[in-house]
Design a protein around this ligand. Structure first.
Ligand SMILES: [Zn+2]
Length: 70
């Protein structure tokens, strides 16, 4: 799968990730959150810290912890 870019327009940050077959792994979700926001208790973004237009639709699977691409 190709690289995806997640952005956060509030903190003006971005990160490139290469999703696996099931989307973003729990480790990648942690990396993304840290890169895009990283502020404890901040609720600016989505499950992966993304915010703003142009981001792919992601939903955390509560069973696996993977962020699945819609
Ligand atoms: Zn934030």
């Amino acid at each position: 799968m190709n690289t995806i870019t997640l952005t956060n327009e509030f903190h003006n940050t971005s990160i490139n990730l290469v999703p696996g077959r099931g989307g973003l792994s729990p480790r990648q979700v942690t990396r993304a959150r840290r890169a895009l926001c990283g502020i404890a208790g901040c609720t600016c973004g989505g499950d992966c810290g993304e915010r703003g237009p142009g981001n792919p639709a992601l939903a955390i699977n509560p069973t696996t912890g993977w962020a699945e691409l819609a």
